[in-house]
Ligand binder design. Structure first.
Ligand code: ATP
Length: 372
């Protein structure tokens, strides 16, 4: 199911040339983006890139300086925040400490309706959805952090918004609970069919929960795509570097038929890549950056025969990560290249150790050639 590929589907949210300035400072710069109903969409980027500003414009706390934002085809600028079918869940949860879980969830409903039975039915439904039924009578300080997070979620969803904005929703949870809660969030999003837009600076979290990810830099969108495309085919060094671990070799590329030869250091054999590889970017000529993930790089003590992309170096560091180990290898020019191996067969690859001379190798299609 990929609504963003369906030309007939009207996007739930449409940003058209949106710019937001604070005085002379441009926080969002001519941004155009469609988000579709039922998507789980993640905004990812370093601090200050404009993620929160985008959310606040959707929620109605800020207006665009230029451009328009549409919700279901309607310009939202004149619509006050409480009439937008948009809700925002804050990192702090903002629960009422003196109200029970039940009353916290009912709070927004009671302001809109006097139908006690309908409110009660909806609260019960939200309690079931978030597995909080048996905590209904407790106060926020009598439940765990994870449960508080679910109360905040239940309360945000009670009025059945079309769009739920989640600003670092799992930021207060520890790593393990955070990972469990990610799956719960995905499950609840799917069950309710609500469109979720999440802001996070945790790239693993964005990749786990989201159907599509937007990578932002200084108020602009750099790449918007599914997590696998963002990872396998980043469109720039910025994205390659921001998402996951990557080796970058800058050099000069010369196309030779289907492939490109990249000269990167005096006296070193060239690297070979496919210009249009997975990324579909880069002309494969001139100044380029070759990007390759550490897990796509093989490491061996013996020189592998018949390989084209070979780098010789010395192990200077080994990071043992449990399911894998990452070798930091100093190659020509003093550069550090990383190779990651899965620790599957034996616990640790004890053949290769510090100071060893090693050979790194990779295939021509394993990396991407990006504009240098
Ligand atoms: P973080 O991950 O740290 O929350 P962010 O990507 O959400 O960062 P924003 O909060 O959207 O970033 O801010 C984007 C830029 O706009 C920042 O440089 C910030 O200082 C600036 N900014 C945000 N709100 C205002 C404001 N009300 N007045 C002036 N500048 C602002």
């Amino acid at each position: 199911f990929a609504p963003w590929n369906d030309p007939d589907e009207t996007p739930l949210i449409r940003f058209k040339g949106v710019t937001k300035r604070f005085g002379g400072f441009t926080a969002i710069d001519d941004l155009t983006l469609d988000i579709y109903a039922r998507e789980f969409f993640a905004l990812l980027g370093p601090s200050g890139c404009g993620k929160t500003t985008l959310m606040r414009m959707l929620a109605g706390f800020e207006n665009a300086t230029e451009g328009t934002i549409e919700l279901s085809g309607q310009n939202i600028a004149p619509i006050p925040p409480n009439k937008r079918a948009v809700n925002m869940m804050f990192q702090s949860y903002a629960l009422f400490p003196h109200l029970s879980v039940w009353e916290n969830i009912a709070f927004g409903l009671k302001r809109e309706s006097t139908d006690k039975e309908a409110i009660s039915a909806r609260v019960e439904e939200m309690l079931r959805l978030t597995r909080l039924t048996k905590f209904a009578k407790r106060k926020p300080h009598q439940i765990s952090g994870g449960q508080r997070q679910r109360v905040a979620l239940a309360r945000s969803l009670a009025k059945a918004p079309k769009l739920l904005l989640l600003d670092e929703p799992l930021g207060a949870l520890d790593k393990k609970l955070r990972e469990e809660t990610q799956f719960e969030l995905m499950d609840i999003q799917e069950k309710t069919g609500t469109t979720f837009v999440i802001v996070t600076h945790d790239q693993e979290e964005a990749m786990t929960v989201a159907s599509r990810v937007a990578v932002m830099d200084e108020g602009r969108l750099v790449q918007v795509d599914t997590p696998d495309v963002i990872y396998e085919a980043p469109n720039s060094v910025y994205v390659a570097d921001f998402i996951g671990d990557v080796n970058i070799i800058e050099g000069h590329a010369t196309p030779e038929g289907e492939r490109a030869r990249i000269d990167w250091a005096e006296g070193q054999p060239p690297i070979w890549g496919t210009p249009r590889g997975a990324a579909g970017t880069g002309s494969g000529a001139g100044k380029v950056a070759f990007a390759i993930r550490p897990e796509k790089v093989a490491i061996a003590k013996e020189k592998p025969e018949g390989r084209r992309n070979l780098l010789e170096g010395q192990v200077i560091d080994i990071a043992y990560l449990g399911n894998s180990s990452t070798y930091h290898v100093k190659i020509a020019d003093g550069r550090i290249f990383k190779a990651q191996t899965a620790n599957t067969r034996r616990l640790v690859n004890r053949d290769i150790t510090w100071e060893d001379r090693v050979w790194l190798s990779f295939t021509e299609t394993a990396g991407v050639i990006l504009e240098g």
